[in-house]
Design a protein around this ligand. Structure first.
Ligand code: NCD
Length: 358
């Protein structure tokens, strides 16, 4: 059975199949009205969301299916101390597929280990957000006509922005990708992505401090919000919160067909005046999110009993009672799960649940 916890759980071929099927759905919406009649999706959202939860709901409804779940874990048995695994096992009796968002990193992974139905990670802490990645890939394809051979600038909070982490991982599978990282020092991309993804897989990247110096090179500008809720130090947040703001003046230096993406919500990093620019693709991106989730749900159900679509095996994962994951936001420090580790580039040992260095 296939779950979607991390973008690399899918092969490049599987990702391309989902994107292409999403495009087919867009062109043939009426064919899908009853596609998943009598099927159910659960949305288990332990953390706030507007777009992701509603687009999952809308996607399932547009396929003729039904949706149940919660958007506030305080109203569920979680408030009584139920574990993520037990909740997934329980809800799996009621539905065909589960989308889960959780503030603890690795929570959807833990759920996938016990679940009888496919689990979709709808965002876990600062770690990953693979369905936003599918949305972003479909958007790039529709805006530019291709995903290979592009220069993409990531701007803003590259440290805590899980959508950035997941998209970079996914892009490492495409040809001719150049990445430009635009952020202040406090919000730079985590080392594990630079070493284990960019360096290891040969993804070219450079780090710069301003949008202006690179905007003319970019095919895609991926703006992000500073993730206030993930800063442990409020002063640090105050210092960086208005670091990068995109306005029409800065856009004067950009290519005429550059696409501006943003996973949304925006705070003030894109001025409203930019919305009228034809290059502003972020609201089209929202709509693509629904279509790609329709595609994903169909494919996960289609692949469920097909052994040629199983999860990647990780024989290299190991236990070690002498080691601890120090990430306070990792599920292994909150629930009774077996700490697991793996060795990555340069002999660095990382936690399997959250990828932080141990
Ligand atoms: C993002 C998220 O939740 O990570 N939003 C989304 O899912 N569209 C980005 C964010 O919250 O800044």
């Amino acid at each position: 059975m296939k779950h979607l916890i991390d973008p690399t759980d899918f092969t490049k071929e599987e990702i391309d199949e989902i994107i292409e099927y999403g495009e087919y759905i867009i062109a043939n919406r009426e064919l899908f009205r009853d596609k998943l009649r009598y099927h159910k999706l659960a949305t288990l959202f332990y953390e706030p969301s507007t777009r992701t939860r509603l687009s999952f709901t809308s996607a399932m409804m547009e396929l003729g299916g039904n949706v149940l779940g919660f958007s506030d874990a305080r109203s569920s048995s979680v408030a009584k101390g139920e574990s993520v695994g037990d909740t997934a096992l329980t809800v799996g009796n009621f539905v065909d597929v589960i989308a889960m968002r959780h503030p603890l990193e690795g929570a959807p992974y833990v759920a996938s280990k016990v679940s009888k139905v496919p689990i979709i990670n709808a965002g876990d802490g600062s770690h990953a957000h693979p369905t936003q990645t599918l949305t972003d890939l479909l958007t790039i394809k529709r805006e530019l006509g291709h995903i290979d051979n592009i220069t993409i600038g990531f701007c803003g909070d590259l440290r805590f922005g899980r959508t950035v982490h997941s998209l970079i991982k996914a892009l490492s599978r495409y040809k001719g990708i150049d990445i430009v990282l635009i952020s202040p020092d406090e919000m730079r991309l985590p080392d594990y992505i630079k070493s284990d993804v960019c360096d290891k897989l040969g993804l070219r990247y450079k780090e710069v401090r301003s949008i202006e110096e690179v905007i003319g090179e970019l095919d895609v500008l991926y703006m992000t919000r500073v993730q206030k809720e993930r800063f442990l130090d409020e002063d640090e947040f105050e210092r960086v919160k208005d670091s990068f703001v995109l306005d029409c003046e800065k856009l004067k230096g950009a290519k005429p067909d550059m696409a501006i993406l943003h996973p949304l919500p925006r705070v003030n990093e894109i001025r409203q005046e930019v919305d009228a620019d034809t290059r502003a693709a972020y609201f089209r991106q929202v709509e693509n999110g629904k279509f790609v989730r329709m595609s994903l749900i169909c494919k996960l159900l289609e692949w469920k009993d097909d052994p040629s679509h199983s999860m990647p095996a990780h024989p290299e994962y190991f236990q070690d009672p002498g080691r601890h994951c120090r990430n306070t936001k990792c599920i292994c420090n909150h629930e009774n799960v077996t700490p697991l580790f793996h060795e990555t580039e340069g002999g660095i040992v990382r936690c399997v649940y959250c990828d932080s260095k141990v």
